[in-house]
Design a binder for this molecule. Sequence first.
Ligand SMILES: Nc1nc2c(c(=O)[nH]1)N[C@H]1C(S)=C(S)[C@@H](COP(=O)(O)O)O[C@H]1N2
Ligand SMILES: [Mo]
Length: 344
Amino acid sequence: MLIKKRTGIEIPSSEITPKSVYLSRRAFMGATAAVAGAAALAACAPKTDLTGAGSAARMQATEAAQVAAAATAGVTPMPTATPIVIAGQTDEQGNPLTEYESVIGYNNFYEFSTNKEAVAGRAEGFQATPWQVAVGGLVNKPGTYDIDDLRARFTAEERIYRLRCVEGWSMVIPWLGFPLSALLNEVEPASGAQYVRFETLYDPERMPGQNSPFFPWPYVEGLRLDEAMNDLTLISTGLYGEELLPQNGAPLRLVVPWKYGFKSIKSIVKIDLVDEMPMSLWMEAAPNEYGFYANVNPEVNHPRWSQATERRIGEGGRRPTQLFNGYGEQVAALYDGMDLAENY
Ligand SMILES: Nc1nc2c(c(=O)[nH]1)N[C@H]1C(S)=C(S)[C@@H](COP(=O)(O)O)O[C@H]1N2
Ligand SMILES: [Mo]
């Protein structure tokens, strides 16, 4: 089931739109008038009632429009766990969503390729189920969770977040997922737990990039416990109303929208509460370039390039980068009294 939760960053209900409209705006534009009509009809349906008597009919109308639009564009619609999804077309700042094709076709996932356009192809066929995540370390109730169990236990919400890669490009992505805090509360952090350490699957046969000697595999990332408990911090299991595809970190990945994208570790198998700052893959690979915090900051440059501006995928030109990627209201207090240049 999918709900929209009031987070302060969601969009007004007057602007929410069924997925058939946003799934592939380009495909939608090119679709026939009949398809456009069907989708427009669905767009007029009440936005909040997903369970009422009329919802099945609306789902079918929406699905039909989506399938027809996709067929017209020569795109195969993906299996849908939740047949109808309500989403905004913009983030809370009014930025339009990045095209679905770019979100699933332009990826950083070094376990598959260092070429962003090659990742999706290399990751195709990666089996993300069955999948288990071990949550342990300094907790009172360690546990191993099956991905199906996580999906059933923690209701997915939609969160439209900006993703700012440290390389200087960005996207606006409608994620599905649940706050990491919900999972951490379940295992009960013990006294002494101060950080959370995340690890990606290590399986060089299935993730051939891990045969590269240039990186200290597996991919590891970390957060301070208070950062991990912040409501913005998401465990994502999907995007654009669909389950995550392998290139986006199936079946579950972290999303930390105020930090550079590399903190948002993909295909997680292990989460540990620890008492010391974890050493991430990037800290280990290039300590002078990548620190633990990695908060988006236009005034703290990468040693090899400026971070003042970014290229929004799908847009021409560059736009100014925002401190904390525009989420300062929610997270700036986490860093009160800290020197952000020192703690990069
Ligand atoms: N395991 C793993 N997680 C990863 C990466 C990676 O190479 N391996 N790349 C990171 C980087 S640099 C970015 S920008 C985001 C990209 O996420 P996306 O491809 O879903 O947009 O994933 C992050 N998570
Ligand atoms: Mo990135």
